[in-house]
Design a protein around this ligand. Structure first.
Ligand code: TYD
Length: 136
């Protein structure tokens, strides 16, 4: 990927271990995710073989967490492409604006929690790959 641009990265959220069960915390504009949280949504009941995403954002930061199960996220900054497997509820993939992402290979029962820095705005999406390439 272009080394001059901010890149997506996997962030360790930490885990408060307890015999009663583990606990992971995410705070708005905290150490792990350096943006204000304006929206949370989640993907679930994803059928085998389905693909989600297929877009980039102009301004919105997103953090993806495999709350349950696993899935793959392919990241493309217009120059290079790489795939990250998410399968730990205490790890978040922080995707900066300007990165095309696709999600696939969802395991049965997988839940993808998405934490976003902006309210939903269709105008913030680029859903056409050629248009995305032209913005790079
Ligand atoms: P879409 O962006 O295709 O989902 P994903 O990229 O996660 O696979 O969104 C599916 C539909 O849901 C689309 O019509 C837009 C709508 N939507 C909202 O209304 N609000 C939201 O916050 C999101 C993420 C999507």
């Amino acid at each position: 990927m272009d080394n001059n641009k901010p890149q997506p990265r996997v962030v360790e959220l930490g885990k408060i271990h307890d015999p009663r069960g583990n606990l992971t915390v995410i705070e708005s504009a905290g150490e792990a995710l350096p943006f204000d949280i304006k929206r949370v949504y989640f993907l679930y009941d994803v059928p085998a073989g389905a693909e989600r995403g297929g877009h980039s954002h102009r301004r919105c930061h997103e953090a993806l967490i495999a709350i349950s199960g696993s899935f793959d996220v392919t990241l493309d900054d217009g120059a290079r492409r790489r795939t990250v497997t998410l399968n730990r509820p205490y790890q978040a993939l922080h995707i900066v604006p300007g990165v095309w992402r696709t999600l696939d290979n969802f395991s049965s029962g997988a839940v993808c929690l998405v934490i976003a820095s902006e309210h939903y705005d269709e105008g913030d999406y680029i859903r056409d790959y050629e248009e995305f390439k032209n913005t790079i």
